[in-house]
Design a protein around this ligand. Structure first.
Ligand SMILES: NC(=O)c1ccc[n+]([C@@H]2O[C@H](COP(=O)([O-])OP(=O)(O)OC[C@H]3O[C@@H](n4cnc5c(N)ncnc54)[C@H](O)[C@@H]3O)[C@@H](O)[C@H]2O)c1
Length: 359
């Protein structure tokens, strides 16, 4: 994110509204009903705004490829079934993961308002992009949340060398009072796999501690890294978190697990991703104002902590992305020419308008 922002003059700028409009039009042109296209496009633009460029509208061509190969159903409407008063299951019906997760978190929040907690398991889903948008959905309802998903094999388990577990993000959030909310959204690898796809798209090298090539050597070549494996963060701890995402999202839901989720860039068969969503009412044990004051105090303690050498500022989890969002809402979202061309290629195929760029 920050490297892009430093060199924004090399990039074409697109407003969040235009990014969303582009995605909506292309999705509708590929058979996605208008209301659903709006939900998906909003989530993708939210990732671009937050600087999570790996999970923004640049993902459109890969999603559309899945629709064209008939391994993702553009018209599928997720279905929700209550299991207990505070537990529900969503069958995504092989539609967009964004729709299933949005429905799931909406229901989890409703249940949490009445029962204090709402838990939703999602099966037969697809990639839902950046987890932070689901966390933000809960924060907008005043809720704390946990958002887990599994994903296709990209990471060895500790001690292994084959791709087995996903680089599956673990995410959680809590609203605050006057301070920024807590939004932790992190892949259990040293870096998210999408960052390697992004580097490949942009003709950039990657840091050598991100991945191994097919022969098990460290590499700074994104194409070679995609043939090899991602490295887990913190050795067995990162690998353990990835297995945890598979237990809660894959095993529990009835979706694919243990290395059987299909890669979102592999348009050969349905992905069968699982998600696990929890919403928690923050004023269960004290009144709401006390909770918010305590979150604000935590924020101040964290960002006001004594800094190590060479550190100018300490950030709360999620804060860097929120600062980026504030900046990009005003200045626009940067894209390189090859990305604009790929996006316009998708627009042309369905007779939609080219994406509007402002610079
Ligand atoms: N759906 C999927 O299958 C999938 C798979 C992998 C990743 N992703 C998404 O990719 C995105 C990127 O993941 P990532 O692990 O590369 O993120 P990251 O490493 O950029 O950030 C991880 C977390 O650390 C925090 N953080 C980063 N720098 C910080 C700093 N200096 N001080 C304090 N906090 C800081 C961020 O706010 C964030 O909460 C996420 O949004 C994730 O949901 C999705």
């Amino acid at each position: 994110m920050s490297d892009l922002d430093k060199a924004e003059d090399k990039y074409y700028l697109v407003s969040a509204t235009d990014a969303q409009l582009y995605a909506e039009d292309v999705l509708k042109g590929n058979g996605v009903p208008a209301n659903n296209a709006t939900i998906i496009a909003k989530c993708l633009a939210a990732a671009d705004l937050r600087g999570v460029d790996t999970h923004g509208i640049n993902r459109i061509p890969s999603y559309i490829a899945r629709i064209r190969q008939r391994v993702l159903d553009p018209t599928a409407q997720p279905e929700l079934k209550h299991i207990t008063p505070c537990v529900a299951q969503v069958d995504a019906k092989n539609g967009f993961g964004f729709l299933a997760a949005e429905l799931g978190m909406r229901s989890a929040c409703e249940m949490a308002k009445t029962f204090g907690i709402g838990m939703v398991s999602v099966k037969h889903s697809n990639h839902f992009g950046m987890s932070a948008w689901v966390i933000q959905q809960a924060i907008d309802e005043g809720m704390m949340s946990l958002v887990f998903t599994n994903s296709s094999p990209a990471l060895p388990v500790w001690g292994g060398k084959e791709k087995l577990m996903g680089v599956s993000p673990i995410a959680c959030g809590a609203p605050a009072g006057k301070a920024k909310p807590f939004i932790l959204d992190m892949a259990p690898s040293v870096a998210a796999r999408g960052k390697i796809y992004k580097a490949k798209r942009r003709g950039e090298r990657i840091p050598p501690d991100w991945a191994l090539d097919a022969e098990g050597n460290r590499t700074d070549d994104p194409a070679a890294a995609l043939e090899g494996v991602m490295l887990p963060m913190g050795g067995p701890k990162g690998s353990g978190l990835s297995i945890m995402m598979d237990v809660f999202s894959g095993v529990l839901s009835g979706s694919a697990f243990a290395g059987h989720v299909t890669n979102p860039y592999d348009p050969c068969k349905p992905a069968n991703v699982g998600h696990f969503l929890i919403a928690i009412k923050p004023d269960l044990f004290m009144d709401s104002e006390d909770f918010k004051e305590r979150m604000d105090y935590l924020y101040q303690r964290v960002v006001g902590s004594e800094r190590m050498a060479d550190v100018d500022k300490i950030y709360f989890p999620g804060e860097i992305e929120q600062v980026c969002e504030e900046k990009r809402r005003v200045g626009g979202i940067p894209f390189v020419e090859a990305e604009i061309q790929a996006l316009n290629g998708e627009a042309k195929r369905v007779g939609a308008k080219h994406i509007r760029v402002s610079g």
